[in-house]
Design a protein around this ligand. Structure first.
Ligand code: 5GP
Ligand code: MN
Length: 338
């Protein structure tokens, strides 16, 4: 994003606008935190802003300030499409390709609104007039803070905005432990705390609100965990049957994949989760160091993401997906052992 872009965006935002803000499908903490943080900022500046999420998001985010105003595209298509059609501006946050908005791709693509992307995923598509894309950023929430900073308006950040942005930084950095959290990330977090984010309460709201069933499901996942030491790889499977038995709710498996990485000498972890209704296996991949799960997912599982965290999917059965996964590991033997 150039200084010239910022100048033009500032000019656009002088008069009240109709604005739609969109996170990716299956929104996570960063997607919801960044869209809601920006929503509060724009609303405060007299714009009419609406967050439209492609589908529902996990219960552990259903306390974020303003989340009750979010429109879910899947359950409110008519309203969502009319808002998209009449929007002057559309912000797309925390994703790098329109298809990541699921079925919202078509209305977004058809819309004549000026699009602004704020995102930190690798290899972004060029669909937005203004692109603030930076893969070195810890989170889209950190980028929204920096975006407001570029507009020379961080004084406008109040406790609602600060709470939303802090929540997304916290979740996307794995509580500040991933290499993507820099000293600047901490300075941004510190300023958000000064502006009213209650770091302890935010942590509790996200991480200390487990259901008993979720912990039982974690037990099943850990029992299913397998390791392949020669490839320094660990993987977990969860079948639809296992999910049903634990009364699965959206978001329940968030973070499970990281347990693989917590094993000594393991640098590559995967989780394969069966989604019978969609007919796919949803895959989450994590790595430590230089092994790029973004590349691995792009090459083998029609997905992508970041170097150390990516997602993908498979149309094969759960067993066949795992077999495919194991069968391609030898191709990566050198990188996994370097
Ligand atoms: P997760 O495994 O937690 O779903 O996702 C890890 C990271 O990869 C997130 O930044 C997420 O946005 C991204 N990601 C997840 N699934 C996909 C996918 O199918 N395609 C792409 N390009 N990125 C994905
Ligand atoms: Mn993110």
């Amino acid at each position: 994003m150039t200084e010239h872009d910022i100048k033009e965006i500032k000019a656009l935002l002088i008069a009240p606008k109709h604005i739609v803000i969109v996170p990716h499908k299956n929104p996570d903490g960063d997607a919801m935190g960044s869209t809601l943080g920006l929503y509060h900022y724009l609303t405060k500046n007299n714009h009419t802003a609406t967050v439209i999420a492609p589908n529902d998001y996990p219960d552990f985010l259903k306390w974020l300030p303003g989340q009750d105003k979010v429109i879910i595209y899947e359950s409110d298509r008519t309203k969502a499409e009319s808002l998209i059609e009449s929007a002057d501006l559309i912000f797309t946050l925390d994703f790098n390709a329109l298809h990541r908005a699921g079925e919202m791709e078509t209305p977004l693509d058809n819309s004549k609104a000026i699009k602004i992307m704020i995102d930190h995923h690798q290899q972004p598509d060029i669909y937005a007039k203004y692109m603030f894309s930076d893969v070195s950023m810890s989170s889209t929430c950190e980028m929204v803070y920096r975006f407001i900073d570029m507009l020379e308006d961080t004084d406008a950040i109040d406790s609602q905005i600060a709470t939303c942005l802090y929540a997304g930084i916290l979740t996307d950095t794995g509580s500040f432990r991933f290499p993507s959290s820099t000293s600047t990330t901490h300075l941004v977090a510190a300023d958000l705390i000064d502006k009213g984010a209650d770091h302890s309460e935010i942590y509790n709201s996200i991480y200390d609100t487990n259901s008993y069933e979720r912990l039982q499901l974690l037990g099943v996942a850990l029992k299913n965990l397998k390791i392949i030491p020669e490839y320094r790889t660990a993987y977990i499977t969860l079948s639809q049957e296992e999910l049903n038995a634990a009364n699965f709710r959206k978001g329940d498996t968030e973070g499970f994949v990281n347990y693989g990485l917590s094993i000594k000498n393991i640098i590559f972890a995967a989780i394969f989760i069966e989604h019978k209704q969609e007919g796919i296996i949803k895959i989450s991949l994590r790595s430590e160091g230089d092994f790029s799960v973004n590349e691995f997912s792009r090459q083998n599982f029609s997905g992508g993401g970041h170097t150390n965290a990516a997602g993908g999917k498979s149309d094969l059965s759960l067993n066949d997906t795992v077999e495919k996964f194991i069968s391609i590991l030898p191709r990566y033997k050198n990188t996994l052992n370097s």
